[in-house]
Design a protein around this ligand. Structure first.
Ligand code: HEC
Length: 164
């Protein structure tokens, strides 16, 4: 192959490559022209609105509206309103619910008479610190040290009010 022939061949290849580059460039322009959103500002804004609508969460929570929450979980909000009931249901019900091991049964007026007769301050003391009576043993705070004193006293009032 002479130098002249080699030059011709190379020049031909360069020409072909340039032509291919031009074709690719033109094709790229045609294909991407539909995607150039910035070209049309209103189209872009519309697109954002559509996207926002499309990725909107299914459910929306209204924060700070107590009635909605309390209507969804009435039991929980009732428990919050009455800490005595909550403490009773978490702990005291274990024995007082069915009157287990000599515990005066919840709502059983005959069983509660002699306890109520002692007066609230004594009942508070016995519920908080434990009490060994004739019928059985009442553990301090019903055996649940996680309860606050106020909760236990509220539970006593709750049980007493239903035992009168
Ligand atoms: C492990 C069982 C048990 C649990 C739990 C329990 N109690 Fe009692 N409780 C008893 C028994 C038994 C008696 C009766 C003791 C007696 O009169 O001989 C009693 C009696 C009482 C009395 C009457 C005390 C008195 O002086 O007559 C009160 C008030 C009381 N419990 C409150 C509570 C409260 C409030 C809770 C929950 C925080 C609770 N109890 C949880 C067993 C229990």
């Amino acid at each position: 192959m002479t130098d002249r022939k080699l030059f011709k061949t190379l020049a031909g290849m360069v020409a072909v490559l340039v032509a291919v580059t031009v074709v690719i460039f033109v094709l790229a322009q045609i294909v991407t022209s539909g995607l150039r959103l910035n070209a049309n500002k209103s189209a872009l804004a519309q697109n954002q609105a559509t996207i926002a609508a499309r990725i909107k969460p299914i459910g929306e929570v209204t924060v700070g509206s107590a009635p909605v929450v309390s209507s969804l979980i009435p039991a929980a909000s009732a428990a919050v309103k009455d800490p005595g009931k909550a403490a009773y249901e978490s702990t005291c019900v274990a024995c007082h619910g069915a009157g287990v091991a000599g515990a005066p049964k919840f709502g059983d007026k005959a069983a509660w008479v002699k306890h109520i007769a002692k007066g609230l301050p004594t009942l508070y003391k016995h519920a908080l610190h434990g009490f060994s009576g004739t019928a059985g043993y009442m553990p301090a705070k019903g055996g649940n040290p996680g309860l606050s004193d106020a909760d236990v006293q509220a539970a006593v009032r709750y049980m007493v009010s239903h035992g009168k």
